[in-house]
Every structure is written in C-alpha cells, then in structure tokens.
Design a protein around this ligand. Structure first.
Ligand code: PXG
Length: 288
C-alpha cells in the first residue's frame, strides 16, 4: 500500500512523520474518514468542506486548496488499485518544538491513507447493537467545539472504554445538560410515531455526513425528520433506534442501558433506510 505523506506517495513502511509533529505531541490537527464505493467517493465535497471548517475553527491553514485535496484523495485510491475502501485524510499542525505554540510549527503535515475497510461484524446488522450511557460526557462547545473533527479523540475513546467495561460494544454520550449527544464515533437516530428524531448539532454531535445523507433519504421516503433535544427516556421508549457513521453506515440499535428498544430486533424503517443508503452509496459520488 502506498501512502501520501507531505508531498509524495511512499510505501507504507516508509510513511513516517517527525516525533516533533504537533499532531502527535498534542493531537493538534484535523481529519476526515471517507468511503469509496464501486470507484466512487461518497460525499467527497462535503468531507472537504467539513475539513476546511474544522481547520478554520482551530486556526490551522490547510496546506492545499480544495481542488488539490480532491485530486490527492482520488490519486490515493488509484495508486492503490482500490474500488472500495476507506480514506483517511489527516492534516497536522506540523513540526514544532516541545511547547504548545502552534505558530512555531512549520508547514502543516498532510497525510492521505487509502486502504480496504474492516467492516463491522455482520452480526451487528442482523442482531443489532447494544449501547450503554457512559459517565464521560461529550466535550462541551465552550471547551472544544464537538463539531471539529480534531485529532484529539480522547473524549470519545474514554467513552468507548467505559462502554466496553460495561459489556457493551458502543457508548451513548450525553452532553453537560444530560441530553443525548451521540455515540463514540456515530450519530444517533430514533423513530417514534412516524417521525425520525436526532439531536441537533448544538447538543454536541458531529455534523455527520452519513447523518445528513440519512436525513435526505428519510425525507424522500416521506418520513419527517426533526432535530431536537432528546433524553435517555426518549431513547428507551423509541420504536426504533439506529446509529450512523462513515464506517458503520446505518447500524440498528436494539438495547440501551439494559432496556429493549422496540421489539428488540432491528426495525423495519432502519432496514429500509440502510438499503436506500447502500443503493445511493454505490450509485453516486466522485468518480476516481
Ligand atoms: N460522531 C463522531 C464523534 C464521529 O467521529 C460521526 C459522528 C459520524 O460522522 P460521519 O461523517 O462519518 O457520518 C463520527 C465519524 C474511525 C472513524 O476511524 C470515525 C468516524 C468516521 C469514520 C471512521 O474510527 N467518525
């Protein structure tokens, strides 16, 4: 596999960065996780726009314009002969000294990895996922805007560890007010009374690209979507529940905090939305 690192495609073994890169020393940087389906990159433009906004929010100037990044992402897929896979686009603050000061860093680091994707176990889709609310709260916008897809994922990682300690594969994170935010790396949706509900971005959710695609699909299916604050109670009594993300796509949730959701089996709407999502993913996107 060839990886793009700071100006060139090199073999995986040679894809290295400095130990003084602030991406490593401080988690100072931003990234995107993008999918390639049948030779088409899904929602590439939206990912590039989110990357630009994440970078802008942390006062990091991207080392390449959108057009160059678009071309690099496509090239990373082509040089590795991929038609289906996962692309990780990473921008670091760059090489600096052993001090926080980002202005002392040189050029931002730019990495593009295109690889095959390790999909979630099939069982998660057929039997559904179990979630548990974890003690770690989603980081608040006043501390670090949760809409920035930064290289510092400790908040989410702590949540993931706590879920595992509680015997669940995935975490449900609340915000400081105790409202539902999202899962450790996925957005959350509920179905109740013929409507789909998801927490607003202000509740501490990443503006997920899959979330956006699912909202469009639901509207097209005649299923109204509402963004509103949700409590754990709303989740427990939902008729259906599912999580969305670039890696997971649409994954049914059948149990939360030991409470069965709906019938305890993946829901009909969830299933139909996943099917539509997969149809759409292979038929649209940017041709590499
Ligand atoms: N919330 C968080 C905190 C995320 O990190 C999502 C929601 C879903 O967003 P998208 O745009 O993917 O629909 C994410 C996305 C990984 C990985 O390697 C993580 C994500 C996406 C892809 C891969 O763990 N997180």
């Amino acid at each position: 596999m060839k990886v793009y690192v700071n100006g060139a495609f090199v073999e995986q073994e040679d894809a290295k960065i400095s130990v003084f890169d602030h991406g490593l020393l401080y988690g100072d940087g931003v990234f995107e996780g993008i999918r390639l389906y049948s030779g088409n990159i899904f929602k590439l433009e939206e990912h590039l726009i989110r990357l630009e906004r994440s970078a802008h929010a942390i006062a990091l100037e991207l080392p390449a314009a959108r057009g160059e990044l678009r071309e690099l992402v496509c090239e990373a897929c082509r040089v590795n002969g991929l038609t289906d896979g996962y692309i990780r686009l990473v921008v670091t603050r760059g090489v600096g000294s052993l001090g926080l000061a980002p202005w002392e860093c040189g050029e931002p680091g730019l990495i593009v990895i295109a690889d095959t994707i390790a999909l979630y176990p099939e069982q998660f889709y057929t039997e559904g996922l179990r979630l548990v609310t974890v003690p770690t709260r989603r980081v608040g916008a006043a501390a670090l805007p949760p809409m920035v897809k930064s290289l510092n994922y400790l908040n989410n990682i702590l949540a993931k560890i706590e879920a595992r300690q509680a015997g669940c594969p995935e975490a449900l994170l609340l915000n400081d007010e105790g409202k539902v935010a999202e899962c450790s790396g996925d957005n959350l949706f509920l179905l109740q009374g013929g409507q789909l509900f998801t927490p607003p971005i202000g509740a501490g959710s990443l503006r997920g690209i899959t979330r956006g695609a699912v909202m469009d699909i639901a509207e097209e299916m005649g299923l109204p979507v509402r963004e509103c604050d949700l409590t754990r109670y709303d989740v427990w009594v939902a008729e259906e529940c599912f999580a969305t993300g670039t890696a997971a796509e649409v994954i049914p949730v059948v149990e939360v905090d030991g409470r069965r959701i709906g019938t305890g089996r993946p829901g009909q709407w969830t299933h139909r939305i996943l099917e539509k999502f997969q149809e759409r993913a292979v038929s649209e996107g940017t041709r590499i």
